[in-house]
Design a protein around this ligand. Structure first.
Ligand code: AKG
Ligand code: FE2
Length: 283
């Protein structure tokens, strides 16, 4: 793959440096020293990195990585301006890619989402990736419903806020999903991406492409249990009203470590709103 302005010689030079483990900053500095404009150097390096990753994926029989939202850098800001609200960063992990946010929603916004959706709840289905049919399954014992994107002023406000928070186009988001877990209910370990090799995924993939990230917002604080768990990382996020967990997966593969679950609610109930982000426009 070549981009305008990057010839084969330069690509090779960049790839050699990337493969030898030089830091992006060091490569950029070397390019600027050779007379490159900083922005053009960064663009060329990004192209080289992309080619390097695609080649690695081909060699290992893996799906090629997609761009994913990157809400915060490591050791970056502790507070993010999400447009109409300042959100705190409580934890930030690179692998699996997980960010825990504090105060994404106000208490009254959580209560309003629950009030608006509760009459429309139905047993949550699981997509059968062989047949493409949604069906109720023992692995998922919550009740749920979907708001259409922009269905009402509150959904629209939250969608706008999330788009600003994770820096991802609003149009690439699915509508908010509301879930209620009663005592003992859970969502067993699963991936949120669609398996491209299975025939039942084709229909949903045709609309917006692959999912690349999820944001699970906690609408109440369960009495006990109901954490969101990441078994590969032996990590869990406690469900606290108004907080949210973001996680990203750059390809539909377990190597992302994005296996996660809604652990059983031990006492009380648990309400969440989930936002899934697609790689492309979800219309
Ligand atoms: O309830 C949770 O903590 C996780 C929800 C989830 O995994 C999902 O909605 O896909
Ligand atoms: Fe999930």
């Amino acid at each position: 793959m070549e981009s305008p302005g990057i010839d084969a010689g330069l690509m090779q030079w960049l790839l050699e440096r990337v493969r030898s483990g030089a830091s992006p900053d060091a490569v950029l500095a070397a390019m600027v020293e050779r007379g490159w404009d900083a922005a053009a150097a960064a663009a060329a390096l990004e192209t080289a990195m992309r080619e390097h990753l695609a080649e690695h994926a081909r060699e290992h029989g893996l799906p090629a990585p997609e761009r994913v939202p990157c809400p915060v850098e490591m050791n970056g800001a502790s507070v993010i301006d999400a447009g109409d609200r300042r959100v705190t960063v409580l934890a930030n992990m690179l692998h699996p890619r997980v960010v825990v946010f504090g105060g994404v929603l106000a208490d009254d916004e959580c209560d309003a989402l629950v009030a608006m959706g509760r009459e429309r709840l139905r047993p949550s289905p699981v997509l059968d990736m062989e047949t493409g049919v949604d069906a109720v399954h023992a692995s998922r014992t919550s009740d749920g419903m979907f708001f259409r994107r922009g269905e009402n002023a509150l959904c629209e406000r939250i969608e706008r806020r999330l788009a600003a928070l994770v820096d991802w186009p609003l149009e690439n988001g699915e509508g908010l999903q509301l879930l209620r877990y009663g005592p003992g209910a859970e969502y067993r370990p699963h991936y949120d991406y669609f398996d491209p090799a299975r025939p039942g995924s084709a229909k949903t993939l045709a609309r917006g492409g692959q999912r690349v990230a999820s944001v699970v917002m906690y609408l109440n604080t369960p009495e006990r249990g109901g954490a969101t768990t990441f078994p590969d990382a032996r990590f869990e996020v406690a469900a606290v009203k108004g907080n949210a967990v973001f996680f990203a997966y750059d390809r539909p593969h377990p190597m992302t470590g994005s296996l996660h679950a809604g652990a059983p609610v031990v006492a009380g109930e648990k309400w969440v709103a989930t936002k899934w982000l697609r790689v492309g426009r979800y219309d």
